[in-house]
Structure formats: structure tokens, C-alpha cells
Design a protein around this ligand. Structure first.
Ligand code: PSV
Ligand code: MN
Ligand code: MN
Length: 400
């Protein structure tokens, strides 16, 4: 029987040191829409001090980076974050100490898209959807963004409503036209979701469909895995491993789900699942910023305060990552090779059950960051300041 203590195999202190180096390099991208008011179809609760424009969303995101040191980029959603001058918005981000990250297209809030966007039976609507993506590429040129993130609400509510296969052909053609306009170094990231708003069939429902389209497009097309976009019980870390093997895991949209696409704080519903996902990332050496995997959040904070919600999200990802980095890979490999089922499982669980909070305090203090970003933000007075200064903040996300 193999022993499974955290100190077996390679030295525990070496793993700790290596974890500190890797954690220091880790970055998490924040969604601009997490900072605006959001809600359900029942009610949108307003939060005092909520941003009135994309500039203020970026200022709020910069607070998360200021206190965690791990969130230097903000994703935008177009047209939710439409401004006259994206160069000016990028300069504002730089002044605040962050950069603009992925640009999310939006072809799901216009009457024309009732029957879909790139898959719509009407060629005029398909051309309009392609044009929107080309506009997003122009935004990326102004903001210096690398990633165009595409999620389509396209799908069917009733069998027979449209031709499933013809829609795939239209999708392939629309994506091809967009892909052809990418600059070198840009990426098209295709996100999948198994249902909603379409209930019978979704045109990009799963990682396999997304991957097939990306493979057909070329090396600048990669898959986005939104952790909330799977059927209950899906083994998401398997999907992660498979996409990494194919070299096509472009990004995560991290969030938590209890039921459907809940968009709750990552690591809140199932921290063990988040650890298992990060374990596959570390196993594949895909944590490195140059690995090409963009670790993004896609969340809404409907009833909790938004900036602290994002801080908690970042620290939850850091905790899961730290645990994954502490896995004794040598002991794990030895137990696996020996067919030691419980030993191998024990090695993984030892890492998962390690309290990594002291390690993260060490990480932060070494960088001159507050040991407790959540408490430091609460004590900073920023929330009170924006509540006093800003009046009439906007709804973010759906319906913005
Ligand atoms: C769709 O559910 C999605 O996950 C896509 O990423 C959208 O861009 C985002 O949510 C909007 O919140
Ligand atoms: Mn998403
Ligand atoms: Mn979603």
C-alpha cells in the first residue's frame, strides 16, 4: 500500500515553492458585466454606486486587481460596452492599471435574431451577424485585444422548426467569413451551451460541436468552456483534458451552477469540481500565461455586492489552483502505475484537503498585497465613495 501523505514523493517544500511561483504568474480576466446591475426575469435589484458607463465598470474592475494582484484584464461585451472611442477606453484601463481583454460579440438581443444569427434561414440576417463580428474585430484593433469570444443563442424550440444540418452548414460559412478577417495573433473563441434560450436544440450545444468547427476553421480558432453550460453530472475535467490534448482549449468562462446557467460565484457551488478542473490544467502545464488558456469569469452578482463578489471569485480560483499545484505528481504517478486505486485517490485528496490560505497570504505579502483582499477592499472606503458619487447606474448583461 502506497503512503499518501502530503509529504511523500517529491519534497513538499519544493512543491510549495513551485506553487508560489506559478500562482504569482496566474491571471484571471474579469467580465465588465459583473459590475453592473443584473438579475433574473423576476427582478433586477439595484446596487448603490453601480457604474453608469463602461469607464466606471473598468474602474471597478481595477479595484479587484488592486486588492488581489491577479486580475489585470477586463472582458467587454459589445454593444453593452459600446463607447465612441475604444482607444480612449483602453487608455482609461491602462491609467487604472488594467487592460482590456476579450471582446464578446452579442447577436442575441436584436429582433432580427428571433430565428438565430449565423444560423438564421434568412441570408440578410446572417450577413448582419457576420458584420457585427467584423465590427468587434475593429474594436479589438483599438483595444489591443487578442480574443473574439463568440457565443450564439441560435437554436430551435420545436422539432422540424428548421433543418438541423443546414444550420450547421450556415454556421460553418458564417464562422469562416469571420475567421478570414482575423489579424495574425487574434483568436476566435467559440463557446458552447447545451440549452437556453433555445430549448429543443442549440446550434453549438457541446464541446464536440465547437471543436469540430474550430478544427475546420484553423489554428486561430479555439473552444471556450463555460463551467455553467453543461448538463448536470457532466465530468467537466474530462472535457478540459480532452480539449487540452487537442490543443484547442482557448478559455474558460468560470462560474458556479446549482441548476442551469446560474452564473454564481466560481467555486461557491462545487469547490471540488473547480479543483479537479485546475488539476487537469496543472497536469497539462497549461497554467502558464503563455499556454493560451484565458481564465475568465462569466458571472453576475444579483443580490451580493459586485466588487467583493469578484474578489471572492478570484480568491476561490487561486485556492483551487494552489491545491492543484500541491498535488504530489510523483506519488500520484507511482500509485497509478501500481494500480493502487485508493492510494492514488488519497494523493489527490491530500492536496484538495490542504488548507492553502496561509500559502496565499504568503503569496500576497511577498507582492506587497493585502493578506485579505476582501477585508482590505471593505476597509478602503471605495464602496462608500462610489455610492455617494454615482447616481443612475445601468443594468448590465441581459437587456442592457
Ligand atoms: C451565455 O449564457 C453566456 O455564458 C455567454 O458567455 C454570454 O456572452 C454571457 O453568458 C453573457 O452573460
Ligand atoms: Mn459564458
Ligand atoms: Mn452562460
Amino acid at each position: 500500500m502506497t503512503t499518501t501523505t502530503a509529504t511523500s514523493g517529491s519534497s513538499a517544500s519544493n512543491r510549495r515553492d513551485a506553487a508560489l511561483v506559478a500562482l504569482r504568474a496566474q491571471t484571471i480576466e474579469l467580465p465588465s458585466w459583473a459590475f453592473g446591475n443584473s438579475g433574473t426575469r423576476f427582478k433586477v435589484f439595484s446596487t448603490p454606486g453601480v457604474p453608469r458607463d463602461p469607464y466606471e465598470k473598468i474602474s471597478d474592475a481595477a479595484q479587484v486587481h488592486r486588492f488581489t494582484g491577479a486580475a489585470p484584464r477586463v472582458s467587454l461585451h459589445i454593444p453593452w460596452d459600446l463607447v465612441d472611442d475604444f482607444g480612449k477606453l483602453a487608455a482609461h484601463a491602462a491609467d487604472e492599471g488594467v487592460a482590456i481583454g476579450a471582446i464578446n460579440s452579442n447577436v442575441f438581443q436584436d429582433d432580427d435574431y428571433r430565428l438565430g444569427s449565423l444560423c438564421n434561414p434568412d441570408p440578410r440576417v446572417r450577413a448582419k451577424a457576420v458584420r457585427h463580428h467584423l465590427d468587434c474585430l475593429d474594436v479589438m484593433r483599438q483595444t489591443g485585444s487578442r480574443d473574439l469570444k463568440v457565443w450564439l443563442a441560435d437554436g430551435l424550440n420545436y422539432p422540424g422548426q428548421d433543418d438541423l444540418r443546414a444550420r450547421q452548414d450556415r454556421l460553418a460559412e458564417g464562422l469562416r467569413q469571420i475567421y478570414a478577417e482575423l489579424d495574425p495573433g487574434m483568436r476566435l473563441l467559440l463557446e458552447y451551451k447545451f440549452f437556453e434560450p433555445a430549448f429543443y436544440a442549440t446550434d453549438v450545444p457541446d464541446w464536440g460541436t465547437s471543436l469540430l468547427h474550430c478544427l475546420a476553421l484553423g489554428p486561430q480558432a479555439e473552444v471556450v468552456l463555460d463551467t455553467g453550460h453543461h448538463a448536470p453530472g457532466t465530468n467537466i475535467e474530462f472535457v478540459v483534458a480532452q480539449l487540452l490534448r487537442a490543443g484547442r482549449l482557448g478559455a474558460f468562462d468560470f462560474n458556479s451552477r446549482f441548476y442551469a446557467d446560474d452564473d454564481l460565484i466560481v467555486g461557491a457551488a462545487d469547490p471540488f469540481q473547480l479543483f479537479r478542473i485546475m488539476n487537469e490544467i496543472v497536469r497539462a502545464d497549461a497554467l502558464r500565461p503563455d499556454s493560451g488558456v484565458n481564465f475568465m469569469l462569466d458571472q453576475c452578482h444579483n443580490i451580493e455586492p459586485k466588487i467583493p463578489g469578484q474578489i471572492r471569485s478570484v480568491t476561490n480560483v487561486q485556492e483551487a489552483t494552489a491545491k492543484a499545484l500541491l498535488v504530489d505528481r510523483e506519488a500520484l504517478a507511482a500509485a497509478q502505475a501500481a494500480g493502487d486505486v485508493l492510494g492514488a485517490n488519497g494523493v489527490l485528496m491530500d492536496a484538495y484537503n490542504t488548507d492553502v490560505r496561509p500559502l496565499l497570504v504568503e503569496l500576497r505579502e511577498a507582492q506587497g498585497l493585502p493578506a485579505d483582499p476582501y477585508a482590505a477592499y471593505a476597509g478602503s472606503g471605495y464602496a462608500e465613495r462610489i455610492a455617494a458619487d454615482r447616481v443612475g447606474g445601468h443594468q448590465a448583461g441581459w437587456g442592457a
